[in-house]
Design a protein around this ligand. Sequence first.
Ligand code: 13P
Ligand code: SF4
Length: 303
Amino acid sequence: MSENDLLIEEILKLKKKSGALILAHYYQRLEIQKCADFVGDSFELAKRAKEAKSDLIVFCGVRFMGESAKILNPTKKVIMPRPDAGCQMADMVTVSKLREMKNTYPKAAVVCYVNSSAEIKAESDICCTSSNAVKVCESIDADEIIFVPDKNLGAYVAAKLPHKMFHLYYGYCPVHKNITLEDAMNAKKRFPDAKLFVHPECEAEVVEIADYVGSTSGIIREAENSDAKQFIIGTEYGVVERLTEYNPDKKFWLLSPKLVCINMKMTSLINLRDCLKDQFGEIDMPEELRMKAFSALDKMMRI
Ligand code: 13P
Ligand code: SF4
């Protein structure tokens, strides 16, 4: 048995003993995904956390995801093996910068991408994820929208809803923004028979030449259901690892080796084992803040 297999065995025993529900994002290392009760994109994970019956939720992802779980299901203990794993995009917007935008555009509704802190959610009218951003912005009763923090997702949504006016904050995911049109064209030249699937956090010129644009779950679903046999994947490496493992009849290439989120890769099997054993890394926040952030998240969940 390999060292990883032994750790996975130990983790599964600890999970059973503690009654914990382990949630993991698709960008987590494959061995972490294998320990989870549920693996999903940020929306699906928020939904699972909200519906969780277990008193203990172990969240393998980045901090805003653990925070969303606590906001949506506050009576549960939410712990993270790496609570120090942040999201660089979420850190780009501050409450004072958002308030400045609200003062400049007082009639606009505030839509915040779920990749944001609890404080930003508390200042927003409604949240969205990459899987429902268009739907959320379309559904709200406002013609003017402040969209934070991702300028690329915001621009993607704005292009789909030309009848609404968008004020975009200049935030971005350094992992996806790093991908250039040249990277995408080169990958298409190398693998001419492959379909190009990308995440909307990529730059507009990359999104424009893609065969499919969607959240991590959307990309996985679409690739698994497609008749095509080869795919260039323009999102984090964890998605390629998973698709390759579970679809041996298809070929998946990562658009660029730059597509690795160091924060998502922080969680190791040892971290997960220790977290289950000692139950450290609890996510909590003042109730007033939680209630305000809940309102924005809950409105999204109802759409
Ligand atoms: P998903 O909403 O597709 O899970 O994406 C989250 C994320 O962090 C993308 O970089
Ligand atoms: Fe944040 Fe980008 Fe990592 Fe997603 S991939 S968690 S947006 S830094």
